[in-house]
Every structure is written in C-alpha cells, then in structure tokens.
Design a binder for this molecule. Structure first.
Ligand code: 9MR
Length: 480
C-alpha cells in the first residue's frame, strides 16, 4: 500500500508565456525534425520521449536532484524522457522549511536541467497533508489556510512560466469505501480548501495546467475514484480552475492494474480535463510486468486527453519501492522487458493521430502553437446579447487538440452553437463537452445539457481533437 498513505473556465484564452513559447517552438521544431527522420528511414522512434511526442504526448520520470551527478542516471534521463517531476524537491517541507523562508535550490537544479533540454516540468506538489514542515504541521484554522495560500502563491509565482502542470493538491481523499475527504489539518480549515488552492495557483501562474493528483483512483468502481470524479465535475460546473487529473497509478498485488482503467481515464477526460498518469510503477518482473506496462500505455493512447505518462523513478534502484523492481530500467541502467513493451506500445500508436502525412523535404516550419488573438471579451456583441468564442490549440505534426471558450454577451443565453472552420485535410476525431455535427470543413458544435446556460459575461469550455492542422480562424458563436 502507499505509505504516504485541461483547461478551466477561469483560464484566460491567450496566455503570455514567453519562455514556454520558446520551449514550445523548440519542441515543435524537434517534433518536425523527428518526423522527417521517421519518414525517411521508415523506422519507429527509439526512445520513450520521442515516441510519445509523435502522439502529442510526453513521457516523463520522477527525478532526484542529488542524482544529477550520476552519469548513468543522467544519460538515461536525457536520452529517454521529455518531462520530469521533482520527486521530493518541490514539496512543502523542501520549498518553505521555515515559514516565509523559501528554498528553491534543489528544485531549481531539476527545473534548469529540464528546461535547458526542452523537457516539460510537472510541479509536485503545492498543497498536501504530508511532508509538511514542522511549523505548518502545528498550525490550524485561518492561520493555516492563509499560510497554505501564501505557499501556493509564492511557489507558483516563483516558477511561473516554467511549469507545464502543477499537482496543486495531492491525496486529499480518504481510502476505503467512504468517498470522504481525508482528515487533515488542511481539511479542517474548511471543505473549500482545495478550490481555494486552485484559485490561488491560477492567479499565480495562469499558464500552468492545474491538476488534482491522487492514488488508488485507478479503478472506476472504487468509492475514492468516484469521489474525485464528483469533485472535478463540481469544479468544472462552478468554474473552479482545474485543467487535469493525475492518476498516480502505483500498481502491485494489493493495488493491481484494474481492467476498467481505460474507463477511468476516459470518464475523467469526458469532464473536460486532461488526464495524466503521474507516478506510474508496476511491481513484478518479466512478462507479467511488461504486459501491464503495455496495457497502461495502450489505455492512455486510446484516450485523446490522456496527454502524458510519468514513471516514478528511472532505475529499479531509484524507486521508493525498489524491492518491487517496478520500473523500466534495472539497477545497472539496462532496459528491461517492461521498457521494450512500453516503447512498442507507444510506437504502435492509438486513436490519437500519429503524423500521417509525409513532411516537406524542404526546411520545415513548426506548426502554430497558439491561436490567433480572441475577440476582446469585454465588448458585448451588438444588441447586448449573443456570445463569442475563442480557441487555443495544441498542435503537433499531423494532429491537434483544440480548446474552445464560449463567452456570453450582456444577456444570459440558454444554449449556443459554435462554428469552427477547419483547414482542408483536417478532420475532427473526438469531442468533449459539446455535440459536433460533421467532421470537416465548417463543423458546428452545440452545447450539451449541462453547459448551455451562461449568465451575462460568463463562459464555459469544450474541446475537440483532430487530424491535420487545427483551426486558425476565430470561431463564430450563435445563441440557440
Ligand atoms: O518517492 C517519494 C519518496 O522519496 C518520499 O520519501 C515519499 C515521502 O512521502 O514520497 C514519495 O513520493 C510520493 C509522492 O510524493 C506522492 N505519491 C506517493 C509517492 C510514493 O510514496
């Protein structure tokens, strides 16, 4: 057992992330370059990160700052992974050991290593009942709530623009069948502590995806999974800024890979959030272990919004459960059978479109990574009613995910239809939080029953995934 026991409606449609934009451009170039190599040699990707990138995803590892001087470790890290999570260095006890005295030295070593190599960073974690420094463990009530919010704000502000996804809140639900929140000093500050943390994180770093992260939330039938699902659903309905759900996915005999794992991934995704597998490790060995890794990867690839997998360590000897040999590399850094199955499954692809068209032989330009400037949200359309829509794009070579924000004008609307004009050759392969008519040309997206009513000036989001190049024109919006 564990001993530790998307994009939200609050998110601006355009984001100013100069550093990330640069990283995206570099990654975009790398993606195109990878595709060129793939097509000319007709061979599959040879590393986890490169293969995941071809599917518009990342493949990451939890890493420790004190191992960055280990050349075997760093060699594997730099070769195989395109995302990292600091295993302990961003936790509350590490970053705020004394109240209001922040320490980022070790976390910075990891962040700098990652960013200088174009890797994403998952921030872990801003608010958690565990690994609190002594001063925080002894606090309660309003003082603790304010200290927690100050911590979230200061740390997320310090790393603003550098973090792809933050685990804003970690492990806040109880184990067992209750579906209740875990009792903790943070929970006792009031049930709204989680949403307060998310709002503070959004204000501090509007460009980072904000995740709720937990363990034993892999089996769709478990009360804990259902409880997290209801919280995310509630947050989406009330406009609490949440973009992603992290499933830790620590699997062993007591907590095995569940056959309904894909249902769990797709059910969360259907709420309009990304799903990330954040701390994957699978105890065992040989074929049994390898086949479980294969299934996890296949499940993620089958769900368009499962956009990344992180394993919780590099070699078995690096694992918090080293006795269970749960990782992809052995103690000497050699690839295990589990590694080969993982890479094979990544290369085999999934429903997410891999690059299908031959890239140009001339010097390729990276695909656009952002959408055009959306219409100013403060100007209501003529007559004071109506609605507007804007789109943000995650484009890779051959596919894209579009997130569309629908905003009501000066009057309440009770339904909306958004028209999106797709470039030639593009086609929609999946939609969430809306009903699509058609798959190519101008596609109309109509609200579903829970997001049609928008009070004046308020907004909601839906999304779709497609092959080819995503939309570049501003969508139209018409009240129903
Ligand atoms: O892997 C981490 C280990 O080095 C720490 O000692 C431990 C302390 O709580 O935390 C481990 O990471 C945990 C993660 O932060 C949250 N999910 C469970 C992970 C494994 O315990």
């Amino acid at each position: 057992m564990n001993n530790a026991s998307a994009r939200a409606s609050g998110r601006p449609a355009t984001r100013l992330r100069p550093r990330s934009a640069l990283v995206s451009a570099v990654v975009g170039l790398a993606l195109v370059a990878t595709a060129v190599v793939v097509s000319s040699s007709a061979s599959a990707a040879t590393t986890l990160g490169a293969s995941a990138a071809e599917k518009g995803r990342y493949f990451g590892a939890a890493i420790a700052a004190n191992k960055l001087s280990d050349s075997t470790y760093v060699g594997i890290l730099n070769r195989e992974f395109n995302s990292v999570t600091p295993e302990n260095e961003m936790k509350i006890d590490a970053t705020e050991p004394q109240q209001n005295q922040f320490s980022f030295t070790n976390a910075d070593r990891i962040v700098n290593h990652a960013i200088s190599r174009g890797m994403k960073v998952r921030g872990h974690t801003l608010a958690w009942h565990s690994q609190q420094p002594g001063w925080m463990q002894n606090m309660s009530g309003t003082a603790l709530r304010n200290a927690m919010l100050n911590h979230v704000t200061r740390v997320a502000t310090y790393y603003r623009g550098k973090i792809d996804s933050w685990d804003v809140v970690n492990e806040a639900f109880a184990d067992g069948g209750s579906g209740a929140r875990r009792d903790s000093n943070l929970q006792r500050t009031g049930n709204d502590w989680i949403e307060a943390a998310f709002r503070a994180a959004r204000a501090a770093d509007p460009g980072a995806k904000l995740c709720y992260n937990d363990y034993n939330t892999d089996d769709w039938t478990h009360a804990k999974t259902q409880a997290v699902y209801r919280m995310v659903q509630d947050f989406k309905q009330r406009g609490v800024p949440i973009d992603c759900v992290g499933l830790q996915s620590h699997f062993n005999a007591q907590s095995p890979y569940p056959s309904n794992y894909r249902t769990t991934l797709s059910s969360f995704a259907a709420l309009g959030v990304d799903v990330q597998i954040t701390e994957l490790d699978i105890e065992g060995s040989g074929t049994q272990q390898a086949e479980t890794y294969r299934r996890v990867v296949q499940d993620c690839l089958a769900v368009p919004r499962c956009n990344g997998i992180t394993v919780w360590g590099i070699r078995d000897s690096d694992s918090w459960r080293s006795y269970g040999t749960p990782l992809l590399f052995d103690n000497n850094g050699n690839k295990k059978q589990a590694y080969n199955a993982t890479l094979e499954a990544l290369n085999a692809g999934g429903t997410t479109p891999p690059p299908t068209t031959a890239p140009p032989t001339t010097s390729p330009t990276p695909p656009p990574t952002t959408s055009p400037t959306p219409p100013p949200p403060t100007t209501p359309p003529p007559g004071g009613g109506g609605c507007t829509a804007s789109v943000t794009l995650n484009q890779w070579n051959g596919g894209f995910v579009a997130t569309v924000r629908v905003t009501a004008g000066a009057s309440q609307i009770n339904g909306w239809t958004v028209g999106v004009s797709l470039p030639g050759g593009a086609s929609v392969t999946g939609t969430w939080n809306a009903q699509a008519s058609g798959t190519s040309g101008t596609v109309n997206f109509r609200n579903v029953n829970y997001n049609g009513t928008l009070s004046p000036g308020s907004s909601t989001e839906f999304g779709f995934q497609g092959t080819g190049t995503g939309p570049s024109a501003t969508p139209t919006c018409t009240p129903n």
